[in-house]
Design a protein around this ligand. Sequence first.
Ligand SMILES: [Fe+2]
Length: 393
Amino acid sequence: MPEGGLPRGDWSYPTAIRFGAGRLSELPDACREAGIEHPLLVSDPGLVEAGLVARAEGAITSGNLKTGLFTGIQGNPTGANVEAGIRAFHDGGHDGLVALGGGSAIDVAKTIALMSGQTRPVWDFEDREDWWRRADASAIRPLIAIPTTAGTGSEVGRAAVINDETTGHKKLIFHPLLLPRVAILDPELTVGLPPAITAATGMDALVHNLEAYIARGHHPIAEGIALEGLRLIAENLERACQNGADLHARGAMLVGSAMGAIAFQKGLGGVHALAHPVGSLFDTHHGLTNAVLLPYVLAFNMPVVGDKLARLARFLDLGDHTPQAVMRWALELRRAVGIPHDLGALGVSEGDIPRLVPLAADDQAAAGNPRSLSNQDIAALYSDAIVGRLADN
Ligand SMILES: [Fe+2]
């Protein structure tokens, strides 16, 4: 890193990552590296309005590449969005994709990359057993991913979340080749994110790292990544919310977000398991929902992960090196960035618990939680979170 300058780097784990301010300009080079001559740019209408799509198009054409544009994406993208994108891909004669956006745009682009050359329906590639082997791998197109939020980390992941509108279920579509060939992490693209979205997406990244760190299973590599991801977020989330133009903080949040998604290959836990049904039934923001639920699930898990939380407290230098210090830090950070304390504030009430519990119990993330979650435990956690009841730890 140049002395006093903004940091930058070129990394190849788990894919090629080009990190640094202004690196959007390297998009044509990244396309050629991935074998793409005529990309379809996949983004969303909000980013057209924000001017980021024009910047990406300008970067592509400055490298003498021709591009097409597809922005037919909803906040919770659907199978129909993917179908429309596949048509745009074929109609334009494209040979690869550039995804610019948050998790939704990146996930739709990944699914177009998978589906443009397959004969089976997309739901045949849901992340179950080894269904991904059904895909014709030679027909999967290359993809460059450029995140404009620091939260999901989808740019370094091999799965996409698509809503099956015929059943109302969010489905995880998986194939190892969905991993983008190149991810460009350019903090200049996130400076316009409003503080509330910065906070909610940033808390999602925090929860990815924290849930992965304490998840069941032996995965020291993921845990090491999660610890450093947590440190980056601990030191930079509030700064990024207070001053959106702080490129150091924005850059650190992008890296912390990518690290969270790399780490959660190990697994997630109860926060995500309880947040997913709330998001489905109440259309709440995923990161915001996680942020509200975090302390309740953390309190539940504390008896079985005390050593790990104490280690985290030492690493984050939280004053006293105890699990309780981690809880105080999470609560303080949550308050500082404007996250509400209870699920009641998101419109959830006690009467909703019977509908939520079976969905949370079935959620894939529940299996990763370090302490077994019975249906009674889940109901009690929802109840606590709805009214904001948090025992002194
Ligand atoms: Fe998440």
